[in-house]
Ligand binder design. Structure first.
Ligand code: FAD
Length: 488
């Protein structure tokens, strides 16, 4: 039997383990934490359950695909429902918007709130769909680092259409071209944060993201986001994958540029294939520290994505005006991104995202209460004074929400936990606490991301948010797919 070791039980590591097990490999997963999922984990504080990281579930078909590949019925493990209301939006000028899943209804809602013609919204989403259809095959579903990719007819056809994807303009400039109303530019600019980027720099190709949310839909897993992790771990175990928790891999063992296994607690674990789901930066700096000549220095120096500051608040009340996903926009879109990306700090009036899973899963909070996951985008860690930033952000967020919701939020908080760039790095080994690997702020970002297979070490592969095709659950699952296809 061929043996594979996977370093890390993040979502991509688990998916890669499943795919390799289906291929007939004997797979061992080593995870530094006592629990699986990495960023996609959960916590319980004083009767409130919180999903720790991701809260928006898109492209569920990539999860189902793993069960189907293994000859199982996904519904025996995992279920989810489509959201009719994707997200509620609150603007500082009092405008409120409900983003319905139904496209025409959503467009009419925007017209009613802003006066922007319904046809403009429909055209915008059609443009978003066009970008998806041109780019999906080339940029997301296969390796960009294999000649084979470029020799295919499908790739060639897509390449001919590349001028249509608006890669030379920024997202923000493309949105300005579409919309007159500032609230809508802000609305669509925010999608850059779905992969930790800056709409003022990221190529307009990223205007593909609204299509994923509004065409393929937003979903809620019945068991909460963590059930994506737990059901895939169950599937992996059913396929014979072994998980060893509380075991940090210290080194990837190489002989003559061939991966021979890993070293854990001074013990060598031999393997034919090694897949690292650890952030690629730390994979080189920690697990291949003896082999500096093999480090892809340029790739590792790319700008990191943004990070997040999250307050997990148990709230002693329910709010009928809130939904599962809620956005409270900043009063100054430009200043907000300028602070994160140019000044490395946080604007005093940031866009605040609140996720309340107890809206759909009532046992996530005690009766009459809600579990608030309150998040703002912050820069990745460059040694800022996070204690001070957290203190100011907490006060600013509370006063902003109190004003809009008309009640003193600080008095309703029963318990609190915090996640910040430093704890994101220490809990998941993500360099600088960035949550989506490298940023997409450069026009060439897609090509500069690390590949899924080492071109210098045989038998060494990579999956997860820090490598091709990038961060977020769907892309991490695709990275595992590409990785397993590259394993001979
Ligand atoms: P990670 O989750 O980064 O896990 C890597 C694992 O490897 C960890 O468990 C770590 O302990 C382990 N590990 C590292 N080094 C070692 C070692 N040496 N030995 C053993 N184990 C090791 N995505 C979405 O799709 N929707 C969202 O709404 C969304 N929101 C987000 C909000 C937040 C706050 C965060 C943090 C992320 C969010 N994301 C979202 C992004 C998404 O969570 C990530 O892209 C994805 O979960 C990353 O998965 P991964 O496979 O790269 O592994």
């Amino acid at each position: 039997d061929k043996k594979a070791v996977v370093i890390g039980a993040g979502i991509a590591g688990i998916a890669a383990a499943i795919r390799l097990a289906v291929k007939g490999y004997n797979v061992d997963v080593f995870e530094a934490n006592s629990y699986p999922g990495g960023k996609l984990s959960e916590m319980v504080i004083e009767g409130y359950r919180f999903d720790a990281g991701p809260s928006l579930f898109t492209m569920p078909q990539y999860v189902d695909e793993l069960f189907e590949l293994a000859g199982k019925n996904p519904r025996d493990y995992f279920n989810y429902q489509k959201l009719e209301v994707v997200c509620k939006y609150f603007y500082p000028d009092g405008t409120r918007l409900c983003a319905y899943d139904h496209t025409e209804r959503f467009a009419r809602e925007i017209t009613n709130a802003t006066g922007e013609p319904t046809s403009t919204i429909i055209n915008y989403l059609a443009n978003s769909a066009d970008i998806y259809n041109i780019t999906n095959h080339v940029f997301l579903e296969q390796s960009l680092h294999q000649l084979k990719t470029y020799l295919q007819w499908g790739t060639f056809k897509s390449m001919l259409k590349l001028p249509q994807i608006d890669a030379l303009r920024s997202m923000h400039n493309a949105n300005r071209k579409f919309f007159k109303d500032k609230r809508l530019i802000q609305f669509f600019d925010r999608y850059a944060t779905y992969n930790g980027s800056n709409p003022y720099q990221a190529p307009a190709t990223l205007n593909v993201i609204p299509h994923l949310e509004h065409h393929y839909g937003a979903w809620f897993p019945d068991g909460g986001m963590f059930s994506i992790t737990s059901s895939l771990v169950q599937l992996a175990k059913d396929l014979g994958v072994t998980f060893t928790f509380n075991k940090r891999v210290d080194e990837i063992v190489l002989i003559n540029n061939q991966a021979k296994g890993v070293r854990v607690n001074g013990q060598d674990i031999p393997s034919d294939v090694v897949v690292s789901n650890m952030d690629v930066w730390f994979t080189y700096k920690k697990l291949l520290s003896k082999h500096v000549n093999l480090h892809p220095t340029g790739t590792l120096e790319q700008q990191r994505s943004s990070s997040a500051l999250i307050f997990y608040w148990g709230i002693k009340r329910t709010f009928s005006e809130l939904d599962l996903h809620n956005i409270f926009f900043s009063s100054d879109n430009g200043a907000e991104f300028e602070h994160v990306w140019k000044q490395g700090t946080v604007y005093h009036d940031p866009t605040v995202y609140i996720n309340i899973s107890s809206k759909y899963k009532s046992d996530d909070a005690p009766e009459g209460c809600e579990n608030w996951f309150v998040m703002i985008n912050v820069p990745s860690n460059d040694g800022q004074d996070w204690e001070q930033i957290i203190k100011e952000a907490r006060a600013n967020i509370q006063s902003k929400l109190s004003k809009i919701l008309g009640v003193d939020i600080s008095k309703l908080i029963a318990c609190e936990n915090i996640l910040n760039p430093i704890s994101i790095e220490s809990k998941t080994s993500s360099y600088k606490g960035s949550i989506y690997g490298t940023s997409s702020n450069s026009k060439l970002a897609a090509f500069l991301r690390h590949s899924n297979k080492s071109n210098k070490v045989n038998g060494l592969y990579f999956c997860g948010g820090s490598v091709h095709p990038g961060g977020g659950i769907p892309l991490c699952l695709l990275s595992a797919k590409i990785t397993s296809e590259l394993v001979a």
